[in-house]
Design a protein around this ligand. Structure first.
Ligand SMILES: [Fe+2]
Ligand SMILES: [Fe+2]
Length: 138
């Protein structure tokens, strides 16, 4: 395990975070109807969480001597609210796995603060997924 591989992993996750907050921002803007207001509020709040995750990752890439390279996924988001929730709950699960891997890599490099932050960010993604499943009614 090299520090270079860790920087690459952090950069991949940075791109996922940026793609996610862009998608959540657009979804929050597009959702209409009183019955979906709680979903809209959830996306508005989670935009801020994902921006913080991205900021932390960008800072750490620089601290490790790397450069953040952005190539976000700009695929237009789903239009149907239930499709949004279903897709995003799956993506959040993927993020939890990625943060577990990044935490392991950071530990191998002896970077304990980074390891703890990766675990915390993973826990937040897990909570995001739970909130989405609750809003889907399962
Ligand atoms: Fe995130
Ligand atoms: Fe998330």
């Amino acid at each position: 395990m090299s520090e270079q591989k860790l920087i690459e992993g952090l950069n991949q996750q940075l791109n996922r975070e940026v793609s996610t907050f862009l998608r959540y921002m657009l979804q929050a803007a597009s959702i209409k109807g009183a019955e979906y207001e709680s979903v809209r509020q959830m996306y508005l709040e989670e935009v801020m969480d994902e921006v913080e995750h991205a900021q932390y990752l960008a800072n750490q890439i620089e601290m490790l001597g790397g450069k953040p390279e952005l190539d976000p996924d700009l695929t237009p988001p789903a239009e149907d609210v239930m499709d949004m929730l279903k897709n995003d709950a799956e993506e959040e699960k993927e993020d939890v796995k990625n943060y577990q891997q990044l935490a392991d890599m950071a530990e191998e490099e002896g970077l304990f603060s980074l390891k703890m932050h990766m675990e915390d960010q993973g826990a937040e993604e897990d909570e995001h997924g739970q909130e989405m499943r609750r809003l889907m009614g399962n």
